[in-house]
Design a protein. Structure first.
Length: 89
């Protein structure tokens, strides 16, 4: 079974992107360690805007997971998450 999100915080929308009306979706790849923390993260699919991509990658480092399990024991595993940046109103 793969890692399951336990807690997550939303990324901080970069003010420069917000002012410019930039939206997008970043897919972040990450390695979830056996203790449920993110040990590495990278842009798997870019939003087309580096500020949004950087905010997405930074945010996932604070996320916590129930680690993946193999034969009942926690194991490190890679997974992807999609982070959408949309302006409201």
């Amino acid at each position: 079974m793969g890692p399951q999100v336990l807690s997550q915080t939303n990324p901080v929308y970069p003010e420069s992107a917000r002012r410019a009306g930039i939206t997008g979706t970043t897919v972040v790849g990450m390695t979830v360690s056996t203790d449920g923390t993110v040990s590495s993260a990278w842009v798997a699919s870019s939003s087309g805007n580096s500020a949004l991509d950087n905010a997405a990658v930074s945010a996932v480092y604070s996320w916590r997971f129930v680690p993946a399990k193999q034969n009942g024991a926690p194991v490190a595993a890679n997974t992807n998450v999609r982070i959408d940046f949309h302006l409201n109103g």
